[in-house]
Ligand binder design. Structure first.
Ligand code: NAD
Length: 483
């Protein structure tokens, strides 16, 4: 048996204390070699005026122990409070969100009895950076940032996960038919990494059809890896199709620290009634035990839990006509404890191997590419001349373009100049693309500044610019619709 491992525990808000008590009782009864250090997070901390819901000394406990078992918390509405979950993930570099979604049919009713998939969601990038700006009277924007190392890390993690847990296939989901640069990069890295795992099947799906398949045929999927926002959405769909969001646990894995929690919230509507289902947190605790190399204890708890479910001992949220007995939260924990050492008969038992844990992901080394500035997109706030794109085009053609040439104007991505269609609706937000006059030749920052000065001189309001680069000669920007 492994040495006693210190872990940080937070009892959270709402049903948190009840389900955490039930979980800890089971962990202790199963002989988990852990020592808990309790921290306070959530409502009480928010009320003290700490906007993140966690005090500095609590961060230190998590950083020191490196393993955090967390009950759900209530985020107060309004008042500038920040999401503790987002803060924990980004502050501690918890790059991978791992969410197994398995059906427990017929004990938990579901239309998809064979579901057994794992969603691996990138946790640190994408639209969650929260970089948003209002640029004109009518238009706001959010920046979607996807990096090569961020994508490679999560994709490698997904393949490693599949290898360690004996899973057959990894499916990548993106929307790269539309976002050719950002989602295109994620897909490209997926294909690159997949080549290093020939023993694991791989495929790619566009996220919309991928989500439809999760809702309709989840049993056809195995491991799914995706970006942050898509992962957020599909992991809830996947949890729901298994029959109950009250059963799922999730892990947030970083290279140094990992956090484990139930996927549901603090359920204030049933807090203090001892009727909450502690299964989500119990399942998260099993993932934690695997992570800290206490696989045998994890297996023992998981199989006792499966047997309890199979025996029809159910909390009220999953209690149905075929259940044997409705139990309270703490009573459920006692029933699991009674079944330690047993395995389910009809439900598939789970087994974990030693070393079923991975968080150190080695990234491939790539030489730095040669970057060349070949053009600039200048965005204008323009609401004159009846928003006639030809008039704007004429104005811009009239200025000195210092080695560049106006190629195209788009409005919300659609080409409106030259040769636009009068039917296209135009907002007050214009993207004007200036490319190097000599094709394939780079331009300088001085030329861009001169161009901006000319634009300013003709009393046009530029609101931002995006430089256009090639990297090793490859285009690093998307073409406009109709370009
Ligand atoms: P919720 O998941 O707390 O509850 C949704 C519904 O599911 C409720 O009817 C609730 O009674 C039920 N439910 C949830 N967990 C259950 C369980 N274990 N057993 C039985 N029934 C259960 O979602 P919500 O109501 O949208 O959010 C409540 C609070 O939780 C909010 O303050 C929200 O910010 C917070 N929240 C926290 C986390 C987290 O800490 N990880 C996650 C989601 C929501």
């Amino acid at each position: 048996m492994s040495e006693k491992r210190k872990i940080t525990v937070a009892y959270g808000d709402g049903i948190g204390p009840e389900i955490m008590q039930a979980t800890i009782d089971i962990l202790i009864a199963a002989g988990a070699q852990i020592e808990t250090e309790v921290i306070e997070i959530g409502e009480k901390v928010f009320r003290k005026g700490i906007s993140t819901g966690i005090a500095d000394e609590s961060w230190n406990s998590i950083k020191k122990n490196k393993v955090f078992l967390k009950a759900p918390i209530t985020t107060p509405q309004g008042g500038g409070f920040k999401s503790l979950n987002v803060a924990t993930r980004t502050t501690l570099g918890l790059f991978a969100n791992v969410r197994p979604c398995r059906s427990f049919f017929p004990y938990v009713p579901t239309n998809h009895p064979l579901t057994d998939m794992v969603i691996i969601r990138e946790n640190e990038e994408d639209l969650y950076a929260g970089i948003e700006h209002q640029q004109t009277n009518e238009v706001v924007q959010a920046l979607k940032l996807i990096s090569r190392p961020g994508s490679e890390k999560i994709i490698r993690y997904a393949f490693e996960y599949a290898k360690v847990y004996g899973r057959r296939r990894v499916t990548c989901m993106t929307k790269d038919n539309i976002m050719k640069q950002v989602d295109g990069l994620f897909h490209k890295i997926f294909d690159e990494v997949a080549r290093e795992y020939p023993e694991i099947e791989h495929n790619h799906m566009i996220i919309d059809i991928g989500s439809a398949i999760i809702a309709d045929r989840p049993h056809s999927l195995d491991v799914v890896v995706t970006e942050n926002l898509y992962g957020d959405i599909i992991s809830d769909i996947a949890a729901q199709v298994t029959g109950s969001v009250g059963l799922g646990g999730s892990a947030n894995i970083g290279e140094d620290v990992a956090m484990f929690e139930a996927i549901h919230g603090s359920a204030p509507d049933i807090a203090g009634l001892d009727i909450a289902n502690p299964s989500g947190l119990i399942n998260a605790a099993c993932m934690m035990l695997v992570h800290i190399n206490q696989q045998k204890v994890a297996e023992n708890i998981k199989n006792a839990w499966l047997k309890t479910i199979e025996d029809g001992i159910h909390t009220s949220d999953i209690y149905n006509k075929d259940s044997l007995r409705k139990v309270w939260t703490q009573e459920f924990a006692k029933e699991v404890i009674l079944r330690l050492g047993q395995e389910p008969v009809r439900l598939r038992p789970e087994h974990y191997k030693e070393g079923d844990t991975m968080s150190k992901i080695k990234l491939s080394k790539r030489p730095k590419s040669i970057k060349e500035l070949v053009g600039v997109d200048i965005f204008l706030d323009w609401d004159e001349d009846g928003r006639d794109p030809n008039k704007l085009g004429k104005k811009l053609k009239a200025i000195k373009q210092s080695g560049t040439e106006l190629k195209i104007i788009t409005n919300r991505g659609v080409k409106v100049y030259p040769d636009g269609h009068p039917e296209t609706f135009c907002s007050d937000h214009w993207r004007c693309r200036f490319m190097s006059k000599e094709e394939g030749k780079s331009i300088s920052h001085d030329q861009v500044l001169a161009l901006l000065n000319e634009i300013k001189g003709s009393e046009l309001d530029f609101i931002k610019i995006e430089n256009m680069y090639t990297f090793d000669g490859e285009r690093g920007y998307s073409l406009a619709q109709g370009e």
